[in-house]
Every structure is written in C-alpha cells, then in structure tokens.
Design a binder for this molecule. Structure first.
Ligand SMILES: O=C(O)CCC(=O)N[C@@H](CCC(=O)O)C(=O)O
Ligand SMILES: [Zn+2]
Length: 348
C-alpha cells in the first residue's frame, strides 16, 4: 500500500480502490520533515517532524474533510490536490493536518449517500438506530477526529473545515455554516479567513445539530465550519479555477505562511442568522416553490413556503431567505433552513 501511494501520490485513487477498509494502517516519513500516517481508507495525517522549541503553542491541528456526501466532488478533488502536493513535497506541512474522505462507497456510487445521510449521524446519532455502513463510518470518523485533536499540543488551536457543495445554485456561490456556539462569541479572524477563501457569506446556526462540523466545534472547541464551495458536479467536471482562492488560503494555512488577514469588517461579508430549521412532519411534505429556486431566495412574511401534513408553513419574519430546501428527506429531518439578517452578534 505504501509503495502504491508513494508511486502514484494519488490518495483518492487508493481510497476508491479500497472503499471500505485497508488491509492495515501504515506510516512513513517524507524527507526529514513530515510523518505521514494512513489510519484507514480515506484517512491520512501529516505531522511536522521538526518541532522548534516552544513551537507547540503555535502548532495548529487542522482537519480537512470532504466527501461526507459522495456526489460533492469539487472538495474531494481540491483536497486530493493538496494531498498530492504534500506527498510530492512541493508543499510542506508546518502544522498537523488530517484529511478525511468521508464516504468512499458513496463517491463510487455517485450519490450523496448509500443508505443514510452521513452528515446527520455525528455527535453519537450514529448509535441511535439500526447499524449500516454510514453509521459505522460516522463512529470511526468521530474516533479519528478525537484521536487527532486529543494529540494536539497543549494550547495549540484546532480547525475543522468540512467541505461540501450544494445541490442547487445559490445567490451566494460560496458560504459557510457556523455551528451553534452555545453563547460563545464568533471568531472575527475565522470569518475573515473564510472571506479570504472567497467564502463571504456566513450563516450562524441557532441550535445544536448532528453534523460533522458541529461535532468538532462543540466537542473539541475547534474553529469548525460546514463550507459550501459551489454546486454539485460529477467528478472531473468541476471548473477548478473557481476554487483558486480557497486552495491558496488552505495551502498557506497548512504550510504556515502568513494568511494576511485584515481586521474583522462586517461590511466585507454577508452574515445571516438561522431563524428556524423546518423539519418534515409528514410524508406529504412539499414546497410551494420550484425545485430550481436558488439558495438565499427571500420570501415575504405570510408567504406559504410549504405544506406538511395538511398544515401550511408560512414565512414568520418580515422576510426569510431559504437555504438547502430538500423535501426528499426522512420524516423528522430538516427540509430547509430559514434565514434572517444577523443582528446583535458578538465577534472577538
Ligand atoms: O444543498 C443541499 O441541500 C445540502 C448541501 C449540504 O450537504 N449541506 C450540508 C449542510 C450541513 C450543515 O447544516 O452544517 C448538509 O445538508 O449536510
Ligand atoms: Zn454536503
């Protein structure tokens, strides 16, 4: 396996050739500068070997996850480009980096998931139901994040960028979901980092969720985000020029280069507050608007957004913008997020 990887330097291909598991974990060093550890299929860690005296505090621990949904291919291709650069030593990690390719069987299937939405199974939700491949994978991914962050040096900051693309077009092509912070202030530095990545729209979530980014934020105090980088496209059909900014900033972050971030400036970003998350109550749930309505489309107070079990679901605020409308979810799961402009938020 190691020889295959060192020859091909294509970790994605090794992962797709072994979608469920590897014969065994393996590790090796790159030059005199990096320890590479492959823990499982789709799980590879890069750790700097040379740790300067006192550098520990500055040593970051960064999780980059993609393919939590198997058909969201641009983030997968982007992460594989970074992994190939690290394996080729054209990029050298100055911080700890863990890449997670979430759902290899779903990538091979070309679908969001095989049996169940992996991104609704974190924070222990995987244990609340009959086992399946996604539930088993969610438990393992939790363990890998736990091991990775618990090995972080005392005082070293933690990051988790869970990279996705959206099912439909969006008025803001790139945007991030900021997991519910339980009263903690938002990080201005992180919002400006996202903006430098071209991700200038941020949704402040209003409640705990069972998503991967919430798991890392709440369980490990990581700066964690679900990041939507564009629209779902088949593998190999992504216009990778649309990801130049985010690739540049992740490259700088991983290699310890100056991120050149400005002070937090709300005028440079679009900040939304999730006002409510509408969950499906009955099988007859349907939206009143067309399937091709873009994310961030706004509807006025009183507008009937959907019908569910004979009830009308209306816009409650002066205006609500919708994100992630999806009527084809199991009863009890989220059908849409309704947003209002963010006000009265604390940034440090
Ligand atoms: O486009 C869609 O409908 C879904 C895109 C996607 O997978 N989004 C994530 C958001 C997770 C979060 O709310 O943090 C998801 O639905 O899992
Ligand atoms: Zn997704």
């Amino acid at each position: 396996m190691q020889d295959t990887l060192m020859l091909s330097k294509d970790f994605l291909q090794l992962t797709l050739d072994n979608p469920v598991s590897l014969p065994a974990p393996f590790d090796f060093t790159l030059g005199q500068h990096t320890q590479v550890s492959v823990w499982d299929t789709g799980v590879i860690q890069f750790e700097p070997l040379a740790k300067q005296e006192g550098e520990d505090k500055a040593l970051k621990s960064i999780v980059l996850s993609s393919a939590v949904h198997g058909n969201e291919t641009a983030p997968i291709e982007l992460c594989n480009q970074l992994i190939t650069a690290l394996l080729s030593e054209t990029l050298v990690a100055r911080h700890r980096v863990l890449f997670l390719i979430g759902n290899p069987p779903a990538i091979l299937n070309g679908t969001r998931f095989v049996e169940e939405n992996l991104n609704r199974l974190f924070s222990g939700a995987h244990a609340k139901g009959e086992s399946n491949a996604e539930r088993e994978r969610a438990e393992k991914l939790e363990q890998y994040v736990d091991s990775f962050f618990n090995a972080a040096p005392e005082g070293g900051s933690r990051y988790h960028y869970d990279l996705h693309t959206a099912i439909r077009a969006s008025k803001h092509e790139k945007f991030a979901i900021y997991p519910y912070p339980h009263g903690a202030p938002y990080s201005g530095e992180q919002i400006m980092f996202l903006a430098a990545c071209g991700i200038k729209t941020v949704l402040f979530h209003h409640e705990p969720t069972t998503t991967f980014s919430y798991f890392s934020a709440h369980g490990y105090q990581a700066h964690a985000f679900t990041i939507e980088l564009g629209k779902v496209m088949p593998m190999g059909q992504n216009d990778m020029t649309r990801f130049i900014e985010v690739k540049e900033m992740l490259t700088r972050l991983v290699s310890g280069r100056d991120l050149e971030l400005g002070e937090f400036d709300a005028s440079q970003v679009n900040l939304y507050q999730v006002n409510r998350s509408i969950n499906k109550q009955a099988d007859d749930f349907s939206f009143t608007f067309a399937d091709d309505v873009e994310n961030f489309t706004a509807f006025p107070r009183g507008y009937i957004l959907a019908k569910d079990g004979g009830k009308e679901i209306k816009v409650e605020a002066e205006s609500e913008s919708i994100v992630f409308p999806n009527a084809n979810v199991p009863v009890g799961q989220r059908t849409v997020l309704c947003l209002v402009p963010a006000k009265d938020y604390r940034v440090v």
